[in-house]
Design a protein around this ligand. Structure first.
Ligand code: F6R
Length: 614
């Protein structure tokens, strides 16, 4: 998400910053901008669209020479991707320029306070609010470093901020909390970047900043403090990756990088969802409480991985809200003459926001007077634009063709929607909703733990390079996980892979089981509605017919041990939230197996990231 570059040194800063932005293009973006300091003034250029648009703007109206600048490529979160919302943003008198990556959760309150003091904000972004706050500080006489420390103490959320002050051209000041920022160390010059790709052609010496730190770079050196101003240490490292590895944060594939980004992506998707009174709030929910109370049926439409997220949503919404939910493949939906009216809510789930099947389905639903709510990762894309409401997932750009963090953040958005409906319809008490929110907020740490065990999943995957056919079994919320695990293996490893509801096996699919066939089993948490025990019976049935079982079961579940040829442990989480941890080993398995088979993991054959034809 968003690319950030900062520079202070001896060379023309424009070239260093624009080149740095080009190196960060792989992160995905929808606008770009630069601000540099010249003769005590800030000069900015910013444009919606690709870097070429910014370069044209600079060619049409050249920038003055300067050796201090910041630049940004923006992936829209608050506000549409246009020239005004593009970064950098300026303070009220144009003295401070700021670029930002992340989400300031409490910006509504901060913005309202500024506006009541007479500040006029030009954009819809959370960033501009912070630019105004920084400028108020430097105007009161403190330096930009102190200003940054003070302002950061007032911010909630996850952010990387990089600022320059027109009256102090020899420093660039940055801060980070839960969002990436690295410092590049040069001779008589220093750099800031979202990752090392931003400056790798100038220096390979870098500093990794800690949480809640402010860093000031100048030609002479680098100073790091905490938000409270006390000196702090940052970890020095030497970059020995080539540029292509640097873009992937040292991983071999974008997909693998995106799998490891999931704890952050899930945390980002949960940010800013509480109001000051503790109520759940969805900013982009443009349907009134009354409209939501009138809903008596929900139809979820989506394709592929997004469809499986919809299947999990059905379990959550029906359980928490007691509203009937149908889940339908978008490509089938409008051709079966579905029964729709104003009391049906259609939920369209799409990572890209451009999938033609889903788009046509929502157009049909709206023509029948149904309200459409989109769950989407791409701000400004067609599906949210044509919907009545939208919940954005904050996964950041997904580059690997196979969806990973897109899926996990869709699940988060589905849980949020279910809880929000429960709040509005009064089907759950406030403390029950708060308890689930707390469990959701604990999920990034659980996902981290699953990822920490990646090596053992990789070893398992590599032992299957000669496999031709794999089955996946699950029950309840684990059933869509089994389907998703099978889809990942089909699209990446080109293997025959099928997912089944474990209870359905005996009605036919068990005939497929042969001696030695790997069967991956998603075991539900113990102790709920016999679900776990029924799954164990299913596992016994396939094992009795010669299958090699690989069981994904929660820590402490010893009852599964006699029936598992291999065991992958999952953290103990509630059954409805288990997909958030259970799908991760399946993603790792598919990625590693495909890689070991010599396939291009990021660009599987015959597939496109965004399917814009029906
Ligand atoms: C699978 C995958 C696809 C997409 C599907 C829908 O890894 O990525 O199955 O999920 O094409 O795409 P979106 O969510 O963009 O509508």
């Amino acid at each position: 998400m968003c690319g950030i570059v900062g520079y202070v040194g001896q060379r023309p800063a424009q070239g260093v910053v624009v080149e740095g932005l080009r190196r960060l293009e792989y992160r995905g973006y929808d606008s770009a901008g630069i601000a540099l300091v010249a003769d005590g003034e800030l000069v900015t250029r910013k444009r919606a669209g690709k870097l070429a648009n910014l370069e044209k703007a600079i060619a049409d109206d050249p920038l003055p020479e300067s050796t201090t600048a910041v630049g940004h490529t923006r992936w829209a979160t608050h506000g549409a991707p246009n020239d005004v919302n593009a970064h950098p943003h300026l303070g009220h008198a144009g003295r401070v320029a700021l670029v930002h990556n992340g989400i300031i959760e409490n910006f509504h309150a901060l913005r309202a306070a500024l506006e009541s003091d007479g500040h006029q904000l030009l954009s819809e972004t959370d960033t501009e609010t912070v630019a105004h706050l920084l400028e108020l500080q430097v105007a009161s006489g403190v330096d930009l470093t102190t200003a940054m420390q003070r302002v950061c103490q007032r911010l909630d959320g996850a952010f990387t901020l990089v600022a320059v002050d027109a009256h102090d051209p020899d420093r660039v000041v940055a801060a980070r909390r839960n969002s990436p920022l690295v410092v590049g160390l040069g001779e008589g010059e220093n750099f800031l970047g979202s990752d090392v790709a931003a400056f790798i052609e100038h220096t390979r010496e870098a500093l990794e900043l800690g949480q809640d730190q402010v860093v000031t770079i100048s030609r002479e050196g680098v100073e790091v403090t905490g938000f409270d101003g006390t000196p702090a240490a940052a970890k020095r490292f030497h970059v020995d990756w080539d540029l292509s590895a640097a873009e992937k944060d040292g991983h071999d594939w974008f997909m693998r990088k995106e799998i490891f980004e999931q704890p952050r992506a899930v945390a980002d998707s949960l940010l800013g969802r509480h109001s000051r009174t503790g109520q759940l709030q969805l900013d982009e929910m443009r349907l009134s409480d009354q409209e939501l109370r009138d809903i008596d049926k929900i139809i979820i439409i989506a394709c592929g991985t997004s469809f499986y997220a919809g299947m999990v949503a059905k379990y959550a919404i029906e359980h928490w809200c007691r509203v009937p939910v149908e889940v339908e493949l978008a490509s089938e939906f409008r051709y079966r003459d579905p029964i729709l009216d104003y009391s049906t809510l259609v939920v369209a789930i799409s990572q890209s926001g451009e999938t033609a099947d889903t788009l046509q389905a929502i157009r049909h639903a709206r023509s029948q007077r149904s309200k459409v709510l989109a769950i989407c990762n791409t701000n400004g894309s067609t599906i949210p634009r044509e919907s009545d409401a939208v919940i954005y997932t904050h996964a950041g750009p997904e580059i690997g063709v196979a969806s990973t963090k897109g899926f996990l953040t869709q699940l988060v958005a589905c849980y949020l929607l279910a809880l929000y409906l429960a709040q509005v319809k009064g089907t759950r008490f406030g403390d029950e909703i708060a308890e689930v929110m707390e469990q959701l907020e604990g999920m990034p740490a659980h996902i981290e733990r699953v990822l920490a065990d990646a090596e053992s999943v990789y070893a398992l995957a590599r032992s299957h390079v000669d496999t031709r056919s794999v089955l996946f079994l699950g029950r309840h919320a684990g059933y869509p996980v089994a389907l998703e695990g099978a889809l990942k293996l089909k699209e990446l490893a080109y293997l025959h892979a099928e997912g089944f509801a474990a209870g359905e096996l005996k009605h036919g699919p068990i005939a497929l089981v042969e001696d030695g066939m790997p069967v991956l089993c998603v075991v539900p948490p113990e102790g709920r509605d016999q679900l776990h025990d029924k799954m164990v019976s299913g596992i016994q049935e396939v094992r009795a017919r010669g299958a090699r079982t690989i069981c994904l079961a929660e820590e402490g579940d010893t009852s599964i041990e006699p029936y598992a040829d291999d065991l992958v442990r999952l953290p103990r989480v509630p059954v409805l939230l288990q997909p958030l941890v259970a799908v991760v080993p399946l993603q790792l398995f598919a990625c590693e197996l495909a890689s070991a088979m010599g396939h291009d993991v990021d660009q599987p054959r015959n597939l496109a990231k965004s399917v814009t034809v029906e």
